[in-house]
Design a protein around this ligand. Structure first.
Ligand code: NAP
Length: 526
């Protein structure tokens, strides 16, 4: 029997007495040899207590010290890329180039946050000098800046085993803020989690940070994650996954004696609206681009375009046939785990059985040797049916597209107005048409985190201006982003120091501004 792998509780390992589980290769269906033990209650508590103890030290780090640590994590992750290729491909079925690309994205995110905190202006320092002679009452000296929120729990995403998992965007942004992180590994890729977890711990040690800076917990059921969220030491949660999972954790956090924020990124169908010129002038090119976006990663991107809204007519019919044909040519591929494949199968079946829905490309029944293979599916309906049946707005996570035909502009607007919150919405057309459809833009802006013109939503750039968020149910907090440097704001809170002597103020708030950061001083931004 192989050795049982256990959680990383700071610098020590959990014990192996808990329930064990195995990952399996979705391409072959074969269980992998390594066993993983779920963390015991006492181990979850120990990780939380260590994090609570570490929080003060981390909050006291300078931007330069945090940057050094973040870069050490990035270097360590890059250093194990060959191991990751072996482990991640076997646990997820993802192809090697994707794993290499995602490794680069993961370390790149850490370096981006390192640059951010080293520069330092992200803390949004504000200074209002005292006005002791102000009438009728004096004005006190007030200075504020963002401070770390405290220990953060991070739930790994199944669909990004690296970039949204152990050392993913949530972890990078929380550590960058100065928060200890406790990660709950995803059951489908525990070996990938362990390799990256060791890389993070090695950076914690080499930078001389406290052991509670980082822990990694295994949990084959739901109890480990729930205990973590309920622990009083925890101050915020980052999550990527299903609507039901995110909502359950959000409700749990809200029901705590001390409620805490849960930043859950959940479901989105990322609608695409076609203005008339697309189908009359460039239908073929659009269909090819859409197919590429819809089947990318076997449709397992949160920005997968699930619904396309177009006008009825001959051009619309021709587009439907051409797109269905393209999708039927996409080879079947393994999805990330059997749960996701089952959910895709259920979603496709439900959609096929909906009244007033035409099946244009049948996903078929084949699941391949591993039981996880899925083929693309395309459905069509009309605007009135779409608006009448709420289930047609649900996400079918996988390579599936619903084409919705409208009588004209008014129905298109009606659909936009009825949308739930989304990560993205895209509009395709000519710039002059966009100007004529400002009403559509105005409605969509209230529904999404990112609006695209003539571009497909898959491919999320990690940068300063990215917004990967959106109103519920895209996320549980539409004021935030989980990708890009803005993600750090989720794990920080403003603190105001009133009447403090200069020597007791954080460096960022002293008059001399030795760090040279941008600040707002007496209302002047500089
Ligand atoms: P998931 O089932 O929501 O799991 C995500 C993480 O949350 C896992 O660590 C899971 O633990 C934990 N979890 C889920 N429900 C929980 C609960 N009630 N209490 C405590 N912990 C809970 O997501 P998934 O495995 O990634 O995929 C399942 C479905 O989620 C997909 O079919 C798809 O519909 C959706 N999904 C959507 C997106 C998106 O971005 N839109 C991305 C990924 C998945 P375990 O590891 O123990 O299960």
């Amino acid at each position: 029997m192989s050795e049982i792998e256990t959680s990383l509780i700071g610098f020590s390992r959990g014990d192996a007495s808990g329930d064990t589980f195995y990952a399996s290769n979705p391409a072959t269906g074969k269980e992998l040899v390594a066993a993983y033990a779920s963390a015991a209650d006492a181990e979850v508590d120990r990780a939380a207590e260590l994090a609570e103890k570490a929080a003060g030290s981390l909050a006291g780090l300078s931007g330069a010290e945090k940057a050094k640590f973040l870069r050490a994590v990035a270097d360590n992750v890059d250093g194990i890329v060959e191991d990751l290729v072996t482990i991640v491909t076997s646990e997820t079925g993802l192809p090697e180039p994707r794993v290499r690309g995602e490794t680069g994205r993961t370390s790149g995110q850490f370096r981006l946050f390192a640059d951010l905190v080293e520069e330092g202006s992200w803390v949004d320092a504000r200074i209002d000098h005292a006005m002791p002679d102000r009438q009728p009452i004096p004005k006190p000296d007030l200075r504020s800046m963002l401070r770390p929120i405290g220990p953060v729990g991070v739930f790994c995403a199944s669909n990004f085993p690296l970039a949204f998992s152990v050392a993913g965007g949530d972890t990078a942004s929380a550590l960058a803020s100065g928060c200890p992180v406790i990660v709950k590994a995803h059951h489908a890729h525990p070996g990938s989690a362990l390799a990256v977890g060791h890389a993070v711990i090695a950076a914690v040690k080499s930078c001389g940070l406290p052991e509670g800076t980082f822990s990694l917990l295994y949990g084959g059921g739901r109890t480990v994650g729930q205990r973590l969220v309920k622990h009083p030491a925890l101050k915020a949660v980052g999550f990527t996954g299903s609507r039901s999972g995110g909502r359950a954790l959000f409700d749990l956090a809200a029901a705590r004696p001390e409620p805490i924020p849960v930043y859950a990124e959940m479901s989105s169908v990322n609608p695409i609206f076609l203005l008339p010129s697309v189908l009359s002038d460039r239908s073929e090119g659009f269909a090819t681009g859409l197919q590429g976006s819809a089947v990318m990663g076997v449709g397992q991107f949160c920005t997968n375009p699930g619904v396309v809204i177009h006008e009825k007519g001959d051009a619309g019919d021709a587009f439907k046939s051409a797109y269905a044909e393209l999708m039927s040519q996409a080879p079947a591929s393994a999805m990330l785990h059997s749960g996701i494949r089952d959910a895709y199968g259920d979603g496709v079946t439900a959609r096929s059985e909906s009244s007033n829905v035409e099946v244009l490309t049948d996903a078929g029944a084949g699941r391949g040797a591993g039981g996880c293979e899925a083929s693309a599916s395309v459905f069509a309906t009309d605007a009135r049916s779409y608006l009448a049946d709420a289930s047609l707005a649900d996400e079918v996570f996988g390579p599936s597209t619903l084409l919705v035909a409208c009588e004209g502009r008014e129905e298109m607007l009606e659909i936009a107005g009825a949308l739930e919150g989304q990560l993205t919405a895209s509009i395709f057309g000519e710039p002059e048409e966009l100007a004529e459809h400002q009403d559509l833009v105005d409605v969509l802006e209230t529904k999404v985190g990112r609006l695209l013109f003539n571009q497909f939503p898959t491919g999320v750039e990690v940068c300063h201006s990215m917004v990967h968020g959106g109103p519920y149910p895209a996320t549980t907090d539409g004021r935030s982003t989980s990708v890009g440097t803005g993600a750090i704001l989720r794990f920080a809170r403003p603190v105001c120091y009133q009447g403090f002597p200069t020597e007791r103020l954080p460096e960022e708030l002293k008059d001399e501004n030795s760090l040279g950061i941008k600040r707002v001083v007496d209302g002047n931004r500089g």
